[in-house]
Design a protein around this ligand. Sequence first.
Ligand code: URP
Ligand code: ZN
Ligand code: ZN
Length: 460
Amino acid sequence: MSVLIKNGRIVTAAEDYIADLFIEVDKIAAIGKNLPHKADREIDASGKLVLPGGVDPHVHLEMPFMGTYSSDDYETGTRAAMFGGTTTVIDFILQTQGDSLRNALKTWQKKSVGKAIGDYSYHMAVTDFNDEVAKEVVEFIEQEGITSFKTFMAYKGALMIDDGQMVQLMKVVKEHGGLVTVHATNGDVIDSLIAKHLSEGKTSPLYHYRSQPEVTESEATARFTDMLHFTGCTGYIVHLTCEGAMNAVRRAALRNQRVFVETCPQYLMVDASVYDNDFEGAKWVMSPPIREKKDQKALWAGLQQGLVNSVGTDHCPFTWEQKLLGKDDFSKIPNGHPAIEHRMELMYSEGVKKGRISLHKFVEVTATNPAKIFGMYPKKGTLAIGSDADVVIFDPEKHHTISKENHHMNADYSSYEGWQVTGKTETVFLRGQLAIEQGECHLKPGSGQFVKRGKTSYTV
Ligand code: URP
Ligand code: ZN
Ligand code: ZN
């Protein structure tokens, strides 16, 4: 199968020009003006952007969490991602405390193989570090193509590791060229604030927000970067939300550290007033919580300054019935929201269209940098000869409205219900196969492949 996409505006992290793009089987085979190639399929992309398929570095599919499972599995989650122009996702395997990384990997392979519609990889979440796990970390880097190790500084009793384990993990990961990623919030302080609020009868979603003040994130972020400094390891902070944490990263940069930072659309675009509306706020119960307007400003500045390197979704959807588990106790509301489908369109509409970031920056943070940081570049994350033909044709002027009525995620509400967005993913190819066209998904479960990753490219 060959495809010729004609006259599109080709946009990468570095380039922007009108040209044709030729796909042969699963790879990009040529890019240039007036290509002479004959193809099985020709598409006129005049007036459209031609972008690399998005890479979402932070999703949770069918994840066991807070007594339930996130409601998108590999099929529904990667399909929804595809509708939004994201062709590759990185999910999190969770080690069960007391068990091996290998067993966790087998569990996640059962969830994904034969089911995924889009391409995927895994971060390995180390929740219980010891000498046996240290050996497995090396095997994962050298043999499995899993080169990033997630840690949690919160969720004690289920996912959190202590600082001693963190430092030991960092030493092994550094020695073998991997990356330690972190959910950086102070779990002990959060747990004490949750207990205090509940003892005072404060049970609504607002107290989820008040149990995780900015200091719980800025302190943990500084502690994490200090531990990176001590061990010489390179780190990646997931879902960074606030000015204090951003400044901790700035201080690390002053010591010449290389710390990668991810934020998410919700932290750039939504403020904590969403918690004012009683239980409606459960739609935005996630950790860390949505913050203040001044934090949004700091995050957009971080993107502009190159301190924020990537934008993931932290897609962790639950149905409304699942959210109701916390009707009388905010600490039982499953943390997370449906987002995998909207990342590219929200970042284009709120970022590029509103003049906050350039088109190049948009591609850089939604595709190129995640691919580079997590060792998938240039197979993924760019439009170049020899790269996987993961290609998005994007209509930059199309207006549409986000709604649970038209999204493809397995969630019966949308946090973004009624949001007006400019720019829409129109057509998507995954490794040369037609994935999305005219609002239909053409790929079957099992079309998605596991992406074996290499070592991080430390310069982005
Ligand atoms: O609230 C969130 N973020 N849920 C998913 C788990 C995590 O902490 O990333
Ligand atoms: Zn997290
Ligand atoms: Zn997450």
